[in-house]
Design a protein around this ligand. Structure first.
Ligand code: ZN
Ligand code: ZN
Length: 416
């Protein structure tokens, strides 16, 4: 692949932009929750067919795969996630979501608060760029539109329903995320880039009694409180200084009334790590501490542990990342930077791990560059710039879409 070929392919962006911005506004206004991405999937499939892809639908529920074959050469897999979040949009944008959806028995507001609408639109744009400039590359481009990233099971669902046989032999896999960085910028990183995440539900048991008769009780509220305090020592006392890890007790539930000592308490924990050894050491420490505190409190029953919402570590391959980084440096120049390690998590790496192929995952900026510069100048980036999952997270359409579309094409062309 010569720089001239890449330039010739990227020159097609004007015609892509002509539909891409409308597609984005429509998708942003019509977000769908995890596993419910039916409208999105149908629109994606229709667009892929227009660009001469072989299209596979309902892969792992609402997943869509577009395969663009163009002669001999490597196969590059690009992935975008499609789902939105139960958040009431407060961006004030003219194309803001007013949608609601069923979540269990309740109707909840829905918003593309994580920017997956950007990912979908950019990947469709990259497929279009490649489809309309076939003479300038060869190989196979596989575009994977994945449901249910936010529930950590969308990638696994596609793999369980035959993604590997649909995509065949793959040489490299890549994905991107829009982040609260200035729009127009891209960031790459070698090694651990997004954290592994584990959620755990812990149930501890006591013995219920009248609130005035604690001698007759084993108080699970006090037991839970001791556990919470003791868990604060795991990262501070058991993890090597400098090794990043987070252990948060995000939820505690026990009892119904001030004068009743309940008979159990439920804690919900969240763990973030960047190293598999640290990950299992922390999970082991939680179990050890909970069991010991239960014993110290004379708990009448063994505690119960349930792991859920588990995300793999995103650990970018050095060789692949190096190749993408140098391609980005050529095309984005001073707008290509090193990405800081992110505390968020992703299930993308489940796909390359299952396929046995190296991967990289990079970030693109979504924030109005002027707004970002002003916030930076007054030292209020953390306070002034809405981040992913916020009701005010509002990526600017341009140059965000152009940048994300170019980034996918430029990175893929490193192999094609
Ligand atoms: Zn998210
Ligand atoms: Zn996301």
């Amino acid at each position: 692949m010569t720089a001239d070929n890449v330039t010739a392919i990227l020159d097609g962006l004007d015609s892509v932009r002509a539909w891409q911005e409308d597609f984005y506004r429509d998708l942003h206004a019509h977000p769908e929750l995890s596993h419910q991405e039916r409208r999105t999937a149908a629109n994606v499939a229709a667009r892929l067919r227009e660009h001469e892809c072989v299209v596979h639908e309902q892969v792992g529920g609402t997943g869509v795969v577009g395969v663009l074959r163009n002669g001999d050469g490597p196969t590059v897999l690009l992935r975008a996630d499609m789902d939105a979040l139960p958040v009431r949009e407060e961006t004030g944008l003219p194309y803001a979501s007013k949608e609601t959806a069923a979540e269990g028995d309740a109707a909840v507001p829905v918003m593309h608060a994580c920017g997956h609408d950007v990912h979908v639109t950019c990947l469709l744009g990259a497929v279009a760029l490649m489809a309309q400039a076939r003479v300038h590359w060869s190989g196979t481009l596989v575009a994977v539109f994945q449901p249910a990233e936010e529930t950590a099971d969308g990638a696994k669902g596609m793999l369980d329903q035959g993604l590997a046989s649909i995509v065949g032999q793959v040489d490299v896999a890549m994905a991107q995320h829009v982040l609260p960085m200035p729009s127009g910028y891209v960031g790459t990183r070698i090694g651990p880039t997004l954290s592994a995440a584990d959620s755990m539900r812990v149930t501890v048991y006591g013995r219920g009694a009248h609130g005035s008769m604690p001698q007759a009780a084993v108080d699970p509220v006090v037991l839970a409180a001791m556990i919470i305090i003791r868990l604060q020592t795991v990262v501070s006392r058991e993890v090597t200084p400098g090794e990043a890890a987070v252990l948060t007790v995000g939820s505690i539930a026990a009892g119904t009334k001030s004068n009743v000592i309940p008979d159990h308490a439920v804690l919900q924990l969240n763990v973030r790590t960047y190293d598999e050894q640290t990950r299992s050491a922390i999970l082991d420490a939680i179990v050890r501490i909970v069991r010991a505190e239960c014993q110290a409190s004379r708990s009448p029953r063994e505690p119960e542990f349930e792991l859920f919402d588990r995300y793999p570590l995103t650990n970018n391959d050095a060789e692949v990342t190096h190749r993408v980084t140098s391609a980005f440096a050529t095309f984005f120049r001073e707008r290509a930077n090193e990405l800081a390690r992110q505390s968020a998590s992703e299930d993308f790496s489940d796909i390359p791990t299952a396929l046995g192929v190296p991967y990289t995952y990079w970030g693109i900026g979504g924030i109005d560059p002027d707004l970002y510069r002003v916030a930076e100048e007054v030292g209020r980036v953390a306070q002034g710039i809405p981040v992913n999952h916020s009701a005010s997270f509002a990526p600017v359409i341009q140059p965000t879409l152009d940048t994300g579309t170019r980034a996918l094409a430029v990175a893929a062309l490193g192999w094609l």
